[in-house]
Design a protein around this ligand. Structure first.
Ligand SMILES: Nc1nc2c(c(=O)[nH]1)N[C@H]1C(S)=C(S)[C@@H](COP(=O)(O)OP(=O)(O)OC[C@H]3O[C@@H](n4cnc5c(=O)[nH]c(N)nc54)[C@H](O)[C@@H]3O)O[C@H]1N2
Ligand SMILES: Nc1nc2c(c(=O)[nH]1)N[C@H]1C(S)=C(S)[C@@H](COP(=O)(O)OP(=O)(O)OC[C@H]3O[C@@H](n4cnc5c(=O)[nH]c(N)nc54)[C@H](O)[C@@H]3O)O[C@H]1N2
Ligand SMILES: [Mo]
Length: 768
C-alpha cells in the first residue's frame, strides 16, 4: 500500500512556504526535468513541439491553449515534468521483471516504480507465479478473450479509463465494452469532476463549463475556488496574470494560501523574473475545509440585502425573471439562513464576506473557476450548484467575459466523457451507437468507480481492465480496494509505466504497454493523429514526435481493436482492423454518433481545432424548461467531536496524481519527503503536539480503523480544525462509502481524522 516504506521513511525538511510561483526556479526546473530524463537534444525537440499546432497535446492538464498565435513555448514546469516522465530513456524490460519479483516491486515506493521507466513488452503474471514474464501480443489477447468469454455475464467485467486516453481510443473502448454487453465503464472522472457534471447538468443543462480562454481577458472578477493552479494548472496563471494586469479582481477561496494565487512571475517573461511578480489575488478567503456553501451563501445573502436596500439594482432581475426558475424559493432560504451558522461554517469574518460580495456586486463580467476543493466532498454537488446560484444572481452566464469554469484535470478527461466513457450515457447516445454499429447496446446502467470496487469486493466483478491510470492508488480506502482487486480472476492494465496497480493484482494479470502521446503513431495507412477536448470544449489534434519507447508498443486504438476482435469474433460486425489502420474512420463514426462533431476529419486538421456546441455559453440553457435553476442547499454541518479534525487530501508540486516525480513541494516549503500533515499552530498546541514530531492519522468511519502512520507535523496557515496531507498517501483514510450525494464521488477532501503520536519505527512493524 501507499502506507509503506522508502519514499515515506525519508525525513521531510520544512521551510517557509513560497509566496511567489513561477520565475527563475520554474524555468530551471523545466529544463532540469527534461535534461535529467531525456538528454539535451531530445529535450529541446520535445518541449518545442508541446502544445504547438502541429505537435502533441500536453499530457499534464486540460487547461486550453491560446486560440490565436502561440508563444514559442506554450508549456509549464509541470507539463515539462509530465513529458519528461513519458519521454524518459529508462526502460522496464522483461529482464527487469525477471530480476524483480512482484513482492520486491510491491515493497518499493510509488516514486521508485515510476522512475524505472517505460514498459517495453507485454507481460503476463500467471496464477501462482511471482514474476511477470513476456508474452506475445496475440497470446495476450487470446488469454483475455478466453477469460472474458468464460464469464457468466458481461456485467462481471469492468472497463476503467483514465483521462489521458484520446477520443479515438476512448470511443473504441466503450464500443468494445458495450458490444461485449456491459455499461461497466468507471473512469477517473468519477473521482474528479463527477460532482460538477451532476450539479451543472441540473442547474444549467450541460455538465461542462461555459467559458472560453478569451473570456479571461475580459473578466473584471474571477473567483478561484478550491483550486491550486500554481501547481496543477500553471498555464492558467498566465491568464490570471493578464487579467490582474487589466485590473480584474481575483478572489481565492481556499483553506491554504497557495503560492501561485498570491504572486506569479511568468517563467517565460524574462524581464519580469527579477521583480516581485504580479500580485494575483486581490482577496484571499481562508475558508474552512468544506466551508464553501456557507461562505458563498454568506456572500449571496449580503448581495440580496444590498439589492433590497438599493431598490433592486444590485441583482439582474430581468435575467432572473426571464432566464431562471426557483429564485423565490432560493431567496427565501437565504434570508432564513442564520448568520452565526454562516460565519462558523465558513470560518470567515463578516468583513471578508463583505469584501467578496462587493467585488461580485461591482462585477459586470465574473468568472467562477473551481476544481477538487469543491467536488470531493459529501456535498460536492451542492457546492457546485451553490456556485452556479452565485453566478446566476447577476446573470453571469452566457455572456462574454463571464461564466462557470470547472477546471478539468486529466488532459482528455472531458473528451472521454463526450465520446461515451460513462456508466450511464443518455438514451440519445445509446440509440445512435446502436444504429451506427447495428447492435443493441446494454440498457442497464453500469458501475462507476466506487460501485466497481464494491462489486469486485463482493465477487460480482471478476475481470478488471484498465485503459491507463492507477486504480488502486487513485481510489479511496486503499487497503479495502486492494482486497477487491485481489479477488479478481483477471486484472489487465494498458499502461506506459509501472505503478502500484500492477503489483496488486488478480489471479492472472497482464500489463499491455502502449504508446504515449509524445510518440509517433504509425499504422498501415501511415502516421496517425489523435484528438482531445480541453476544459473549455475545444477539440484539437495531437501528433507525437518521438520514436516509440520500444518497437513492441502498440497504440491504444490498436490494443482495443485487437482485443475486441479476439473477444467478439463474429459476434461483432465492426471492421476493427480497418479502424486501427486509419483513425479517420474512427472519427467518421464519432461524427455519426455524437452531436457537434460535424466534419470532424476536416475540422480537426484546422489549426486550433474546433469548439463543441455549448448551449449555456451561447445564451441558451439546455434544461428541460430552457431556464437555469436555482437549487437550494443547506449549510453542511461538519460537526467534529473533541479531538477530531477535518482532513483534505491534496497534490504536491512534484506529482501528477499517483505519479510521484520527486519529494519536494517547493511552494509549500516541504523538501525531501511527502509524509507530512499540515496543521494550524493552535491545533498543534491543543493536541499536545509539537512541530516536527510524527503522528499517525486515523479514521474510523463505519467502525473500521484506517491508519496512515508516521506523518510529520508541519505548522501551516490553515484554519483551525483543518488538516491537509498528500494524496495518494492519505487515501488509506478515505472510507469507500464516504461519497458525494448525487454523484457518488469519493469525498476525499473531507475526511474526519484523529491524531495519535507514532510509535518508534522498530515497534511500528510497517503498518499493513
Ligand atoms: N502538476 C500536476 N497537474 C495536475 C495534476 C497533478 O497531480 N499534478 N492533476 C490533474 C488532475 S487529474 C486534476 S483533477 C487537477 C487537480 O487540481 P486541483 O483541484 O487544484 O488539485 P488539488 O491539489 O486536489 O487541490 C485542490 C485545492 O483545493 C484546496 N482545498 C482543499 N479542500 C478545500 C475546501 O474544502 N474548500 C476549498 N475552497 N478549497 C479546498 C486545496 O488547498 C488546494 O489548493 O489537476 C490536474 N493537473
Ligand atoms: N485522496 C484523493 N484521491 C484522489 C484525488 C484526490 O485529490 N485525493 N484525485 C482524484 C482525481 S481528480 C483523479 S483524476 C484520479 C486519478 O486517477 P488515475 O487517472 O487512475 O491515476 P493517474 O495517477 O493519473 O494514472 C497514472 C498512470 O497512468 C498510466 N499512463 C500514463 N500515461 C498513459 C497513457 O498515455 N496511456 C495509458 N494507457 N496509460 C498511461 C501510467 O501507467 C501511470 O502510472 O485520482 C483521484 N484520487
Ligand atoms: Mo482529476
Amino acid at each position: 500500500m501507499q502506507d509503506k516504506p522508502s519514499q515515506d521513511e525519508t525525513d521531510p525538511k520544512i521551510a517557509h512556504p513560497a509566496h511567489i510561483a513561477g520565475g527563475i526556479p520554474a524555468i530551471l526546473k523545466t529544463l532540469q526535468s527534461g535534461l535529467g530524463e531525456m538528454g539535451a537534444r531530445r529535450t529541446l525537440r520535445t518541449l518545442t513541439s508541446l502544445n504547438q499546432k502541429d505537435g502533441f497535446d500536453c499530457p499534464s492538464c486540460a487547461w486550453p491553449d491560446p486560440d490565436g498565435d502561440r508563444s514559442a513555448a506554450e508549456f509549464c514546469e509541470n507539463g515539462a515534468k509530465a513529458v519528461a516522465a513519458e519521454a524518459t530513456l529508462a526502460r522496464v524490460t522483461p529482464e527487469f521483471f525477471a530480476k524483480h519479483s512482484v513482492a520486491d516491486l510491491a515493497a518499493q515506493s510509488d516514486m521508485w516504480l515510476d522512475h524505472q521507466g517505460r514498459i517495453t513488452h507485454p507481460m503476463v503474471l500467471r496464477a501462482g507465479s511471482d514474476h511477470y514474464e513476456p508474452i506475445e501480443w496475440d497470446a495476450a489477447f487470446a488469454l483475455i478473450a478466453a477469460e472474458l468469454n468464460g464469464l457468466s455475464s458481461p456485467d462481471e467485467a469492468s472497463f476503467y479509463t483514465s483521462g489521458r486516453t484520446s477520443n479515438e481510443a476512448a470511443f473504441l473502448y466503450q464500443l468494445f465494452a458495450r458490444q461485449f454487453g456491459t455499461n461497466n465503464l468507471p473512469d477517473c472522472s468519477n473521482m474528479c469532476h463527477e460532482s460538477s457534471g451532476t450539479g451543472l447538468k441540473q442547474s444549467i443543462g450541460i455538465g461542462k463549463g461555459t467559458v472560453k480562454l478569451e473570456d479571461f481577458e475580459e473578466a473584471d472578477a474571477i473567483f478561484v475556488i478550491g483550486q491550486n493552479p500554481g501547481t496543477n494548472h500553471p498555464r492558467m496563471l498566465t491568464s490570471l496574470q493578464k487579467a490582474a494586469r487589466n485590473g480584474c479582481k481575483i478572489v481565492s477561496v481556499n483553506p491554504l494560501p497557495e503560492a501561485g494565487l498570491i504572486r506569479f512571475k511568468h517563467p517565460q517573461e524574462v524581464l519580469h523574473l527579477l521583480g516581485p511578480g504580479t500580485p494575483i489575488a486581490s482577496l484571499f478567503l481562508p475558508v474552512r475545509i468544506n466551508g464553501d456553501v456557507a461562505a458563498i451563501k454568506g456572500i449571496m445573502r449580503i448581495m440580496l440585502e444590498e439589492d433590497e436596500r438599493a431598490g433592486g439594482t444590485v441583482l439582474d432581475h430581468a435575467f432572473i425573471r426571464e432566464r431562471t426558475e426557483g429564485f423565490e424559493n432560493f431567496a427565501h432560504d437565504l434570508k432564513a439562513e442564520d448568520w452565526p451558522a454562516i460565519l462558523k461554517g465558513s470560518g470567515l469574518s463578516m468583513e471578508q464576506l463583505r469584501q467578496a460580495a462587493q467585488i461580485a456586486i461591482e462585477s459586470k463580467r465574473m468568472i467562477c473557476c473551481w476544481a477538487m476543493g469543491i467536488t470531493q466532498h459529501k456535498n460536492g454537488v451542492a457546492n457546485v450548484q451553490t456556485i452556479a446560484n452565485f453566478a446566476l444572481l447577476r446573470g453571469q452566464i452566457g455572456r462574454r467575459g463571464a461564466g462557470l469554469c470547472p477546471v478539468r484535470g486529466h488532459s482528455n478527461v472531458q473528451g472521454d466523457r463526450t465520446v461515451g466513457i460513462w456508466e450511464k450515457m443518455d438514451d440519445h447516445f445509446m440509440r445512435a451507437l446502436g444504429s451506427e454499429f447495428n447492435f443493441s447496446p446494454p440498457a442497464r446502467h453500469g458501475f462507476d468507480t466506487v460501485q466497481a470496487i464494491k462489486a469486485m469486493h463482493e465477487g460480482q466483478v471478476k475481470v478488471f481492465i484498465a485503459m491507463g491510470g492507477n486504480f488502486l492508488s487513485a481510489t479511496p480506502d486503499t487497503d479495502w480496494t486492494a482486497e477487491a482487486l485481489k479477488q479478481c480472476q483477471l486484472t489487465v492494465h494498458v499502461s506506459t509505466k509501472i505503478n502500484r496497480s500492477h503489483v496488486t493484482h488478480g489471479r492472472l494479470a497482464l500489463i499491455l504497454p502502449c504508446l504515449g502521446r509524445t510518440e509517433h503513431d504509425l499504422q498501415k495507412t501511415g502516421e496517425q493523429i489523435v484528438s482531445v477536448e480541453d476544459s473549455m470544449g475545444n477539440v484539437h489534434r495531437s501528433r507525437g514526435v518521438l520514436e516509440p519507447a520500444s518497437p513492441q508498443l502498440l497504440s491504444e486504438p490498436a490494443i482495443v481493436t485487437r482485443l475486441a476482435h479476439a473477444t467478439l469474433g463474429k459476434r461483432s460486425t465492426v471492421d476493427w482492423k480497418g479502424l486501427a489502420d486509419n483513425y479517420d474512420r474512427i472519427r467518421d463514426h464519432i461524427e455519426h454518433v455524437v452531436p457537434g462533431f460535424e466534419q470532424y476529419n476536416v475540422r480537426i486538421r484546422h489549426p486550433g481545432g474546433f469548439y463543441l456546441p455549448n448551449g449555456p455559453r451561447d445564451g441558451k440553457f439546455t434544461t428541460p424548461s430552457e431556464r437555469a435553476l436555482f437549487v437550494v442547499h443547506p449549510i453542511p454541518a461538519n460537526e467534529l467531536k473533541a479531538g477530531e479534525l477535518l482532513l483534505t487530501t491534496i497534490r504536491s508540486h512534484d506529482q501528477f496524481n499517483t505519479t510521484i516525480y520527486g519529494q519536494n513541494d517547493r511552494y509549500r516549503g516541504v523538501f525531501g519527503g511527502r509524509r507530512v500533515v499540515f496543521l494550524n499552530s493552535g491545533d498543534i498546541r491543543e493536541h499536545g503536539l509539537r512541530e516536527g514530531q510524527l503522528v499517525d492519522l486515523i479514521n474510523d468511519a463505519e467502525g473500521r480503523e484506517r491508519r496512515a502512520s508516521r506523518f510529520k507535523v508541519v505548522s501551516y496557515p490553515i484554519p483551525p480544525g483543518c488538516a491537509a496531507a498528500y494524496f495518494p498517501e492519505a487515501n488509506v483514510l478515505v472510507a469507500v462509502n464516504s461519497v458525494a450525494d448525487g454523484s457518488n464521488q469519493p469525498a476525499s477532501k473531507s475526511v474526519v481524522i484523529t491524531l495519535e503520536q507514532s510509535c518508534e519505527p522498530s515497534s511500528n512493524a510497517v503498518s499493513k
